[in-house]
Design a protein around this ligand. Structure first.
Ligand SMILES: C[S@@+](CC[C@H](N)C(=O)[O-])C[C@H]1O[C@@H](n2cnc3c(N)ncnc32)[C@H](O)[C@@H]1O
Length: 307
């Protein structure tokens, strides 16, 4: 299939709208950085034209020349044919207002945790001075890096991943933000390779997709590393062991925040006695809970017996 921009389409605005129509007709899935066909089309077009994705200062009524139109058509065509999310096509994703390099070695950043990080974890940490933060399952490094930028006074951040390939991408993003001195990247299966140290905040967006959801995922997700998504029958294969071990790594007064997405119901069912605090997000997203160090250690035996 060759996507051809109709001759009556001349302006940037027309092309973005036309691209969105093509995406809708192709039945694409959105949710890897954008939520709609129009936003996805606008994002890809902005990349070709080398303008900001929010189009600030851009005249959207400007006419595009033939070579620009052809380059746009080519990229939109790839999005349709390959069902590859835009972020992988342009090797860029945005998280918490920061740009990150991404490729198919890492999940595309999209966690609602961005909102919590931008709010500096308020009201949950109050006046508590944040000295160090641990992230489990860092992928592109987006969460750890956004935390480092939100807490410039935090001296030490540690981010782990079981995947060396993901850590190579995280290292690229770490140098992009000049954080080599503050952010340590460690290859580790959960906490297994970590030195015993306690942190003010432990944060994680681990794999949590259950078997049923894995089977139903749209094609776009098949480009993402399976290791970043799949987590057993009920989606809790990583979360429960993490909760069982985390007490040793959390300072008194510290907090742990974990995203479990759709698997929140399974978690509530397995631990009806645990008072999970489920966070609410202004900009969408659910299935993120917070526990204080005190609650985490109170229910430690429940987590250990289930892991
Ligand atoms: C859902 S992705 C999240 C990536 C990134 N933090 C984000 O929010 O975009 C989960 C990450 O956990 C990593 N992972 C999977 N199993 C792990 C394990 N046992 N220990 C540490 N990391 C693991 C995956 O490689 C993947 O990078």
């Amino acid at each position: 299939m060759t996507l051809k921009i109709p001759v009556e389409i001349h302006t940037l605005r027309q092309i973005v709208e036309w691209g969105a129509e093509q995406f809708d007709q192709a039945g694409l899935y959105f949710g890897h950085g954008t939520e709609t066909a129009l936003d996805e089309s606008a994002w890809l077009v902005s990349h070709v034209l080398n303008v900001s994705p929010d189009y600030s200062g851009v005249d959207v009524e400007q006419r595009l020349d033939e070579s620009q139109k052809q380059a746009i058509a080519k990229l939109l065509q790839r999005r349709i044919e390959e069902k590859r999310p835009a972020a992988y096509l342009i090797n860029e994703a945005w998280f918490a207002g920061h740009a990150f390099y991404v490729d198919e070695r890492v999940l595309i950043p999209r966690s609602p945790l961005a909102e919590l990080i931008n709010e500096e974890f308020q009201p949950w940490i109050g006046q508590h001075q944040i000295e160090n933060i641990l992230e489990i399952g860092t992928g592109s490094g987006c969460i750890a890096i956004a935390c480092a930028l939100a807490f410039p006074e935090a001296k030490k951040l540690v981010a782990t991943d079981i995947s060396d390939e993901a850590l190579a991408v995280a290292a690229m993003n770490r140098s992009r933000y000049g954080l080599e001195d503050r952010l340590e990247l460690i290859q580790s299966d959960l906490f297994s390779s970590l030195a015993t140290q306690q942190y003010d905040i432990i944060i994680s967006n681990p794999p949590y997709v259950d078997a049923q959801d894995m089977a139903d995922l749209p094609d776009e997700f098949r480009h993402e590393p399976e290791l970043g998504l799949t987590a057993g029958q009920d989606g809790l294969d990583l979360v429960v062991p993490m909760l069982a071990q985390a007490s040793d790594y959390l300072k008194p007064g510290g907090i742990i925040v974990i995203e479990v997405g759709n698997s929140w119901e399974a978690l509530e069912q397995r631990f009806p006695e645990v008072p999970f605090t489920w966070l609410e997000f202004e900009y969408g997203g659910e299935g993120v809970f917070l526990l204080t160090a005190e609650v985490l250690s109170e229910f430690r035996n429940s987590f250990i017996s289930e892991s």
